[in-house]
Write a protein that binds this ligand. Sequence first.
Ligand SMILES: [Zn+2]
Length: 91
Amino acid sequence: MCKHQPPCPDALASDGTAARVMVAHPEQGWSLLCNGVVLFDDAGVLLPSGQEVGPRPVVPASRRPALPVPPSVLPPCVAAPTAVRALATAA
Ligand SMILES: [Zn+2]
């Protein structure tokens, strides 16, 4: 389905929502990615197989475990949430 070079992540890959947006309907709150994933505004995902992956629960910053290394050491793509990367790719 994806014809990008380099190819976008597969729908079942851990970074599957980082694929490029092919069709966006922000007024309806969803986007179709080139790997067949439907990404919803609440970070929910519908895989090409029809399987739903619900939005990840929001954990307050005060309850998040400390990172093992300072964020300044991590590359930007590791520090950014997957959904944000997908949106950045579409821009
Ligand atoms: Zn692609």
